[in-house]
Design a binder for this molecule. Structure first.
Ligand code: 13P
Ligand code: G3H
Ligand code: ZN
Ligand code: ZN
Length: 359
């Protein structure tokens, strides 16, 4: 099956009221775990590669891994998405390598550390959207800066993250500005900031509305009911995986992620794409540690990889089921990129912002 675009997949999700997890991949094992889970419950898939993933595996290798997955699982629509593109070159080279969707993250400058101005963000995102739509590919933009409302900063361990102190007005997307941004950039999906951050150390306690501002999603959805919203930093950092890691020599301090029920609440208010990387990393690492501790004589990497993939597969499947993604793969007929390009050119996929304002 040809790869699906993000736009087509999220339009389907919106029509039927479900959300789609977007899992980061860097290698074959992660790809296999995700597709096995998807095939078991008939879920369409978003695979996303960060700039780090592209340099780790190489563009050619990533493309062929994903191509192999489409051949192995022809019944599953797969979207290949660039995670946190930092400039036009990253986004366009991704499309050249077969990605059907890109995130142009203009909330930060190209160094991915400096908070960008609104004008800069609109400008660069609009340029990428124009170019991507000419060839039918989709674009996710970001408005607002990811960061912890508790600490007033982004998670430093991550490859991309704002440097220095952030105030709440930067870390909470402004709903009025969101309307303007979608209209000005014509993005297909909008990532918003409301207190989540990348990595495992999101919250020092189980989050409430003070530190995980789900109300921001509800406010933006009320103003932009037709816009597909994206939650970044949405790993749940399950206690069981923290315990698995720490029972086998790990030293992760107690931490809290985004509860799955909060994501489900988001999905009821327009969230269609949910970014998850950390949970999958923890699933793999937990099993690597377990095998290493329990079988210290073991030296066959497959003996590490197989239980690790199973742990990840179980996590991925749970998210497909809880987000309502399960059962939808077989309901989708993929629209080729060239057809999507024609639809953009005709104006049929323009953002329905005016309607939102009138409502
Ligand atoms: O947002 C993400 C990738 O863009 C991943 O978030 P996590 O670190 O919470 O998994
Ligand atoms: O936000 C990004 C993802 O968690 C990917 O992280 P990475 O840049 O270390 O691959
Ligand atoms: Zn991250
Ligand atoms: Zn992210």
């Amino acid at each position: 099956m040809a790869l699906i675009t993000l736009r087509q997949l999220l339009d389907h999700a919106a029509e039927r009221g479900y959300g789609v997890p977007a899992f980061n991949i860097n290698n074959m094992e992660q790809g296999l775990a995700i597709l096995k889970a998807a095939a078991a419950c008939d879920a369409p898939v978003i695979l996303q590669a960060s700039r780090g993933a592209r340099s780790y595996a190489g563009d050619i290798m990533l493309r062929h891994i994903v191509e192999a997955l489409t051949e192995m699982y022809p019944q599953i629509p797969i979207c290949l998405h660039q995670d946190h593109g930092n400039n036009e070159a990253t986004c366009l080279s991704a499309i050249r390598h077969g990605f059907t969707s890109v995130m142009m993250d203009g909330s930060l400058r190209a160094d991915m550390k400096t908070v960008a101005s609104y004008v800069y963000n609109v400008d660069i995102t609009r340029r990428v959207t124009d170019a991507a739509h000419w060839v039918g590919a989709s674009v996710e933009g970001e408005l607002g800066v990811l960061g912890s409302l508790e600490k007033g900063e982004a998670e430093a361990e991550d490859g991309s993250g704002a440097e220095g102190k952030l105030d709440h007005s930067q870390m909470l997307t402004d709903p009025d500005q969101a309307v303007d941004f979608v209209q000005a950039t014509r993005v297909d999906a909008l990532a918003i900031a409301m207190g989540t951050s990348h990595g495992a150390y999101k919250f020092s306690r189980k989050p409430d509305g003070e530190i995980l501002a789900m109300r921001v999603i509800e406010e933006i959805h009320a103003r932009l009911p037709a816009t597909h919203l994206v939650m970044h930093g949405s790993s749940s950092v399950p206690q069981a995986l923290q315990d698995l890691i720490n029972a086998h020599g790990g030293e992760m301090p107690q931490t809290y992620g985004v509860p799955v029920e909060e994501i489900e609440r988001g999905i009821r208010h327009g969230v269609r794409k949910v970014n998850i990387d950390t949970d999958c990393r923890m699933a793999l690492t937990g099993q690597f540690r377990k095998v290493a501790m329990e079988s210290p004589k073991e030296f066959d990497p497959r003996k590490f990889m197989i239980p690790a993939m199973k742990e990840m597969e179980a996590l991925v499947r749970d998210r497909f089921e809880r987000f309502g993604t399960a059962g939808n793969a077989s309901k989708i007929t993929v629209i080729p990129l060239d057809d999507m390009a024609k639809r953009y050119a005709s104006g049929a996929l323009d953002p329905a912002v005016a309607t939102a304002k009138a409502a």
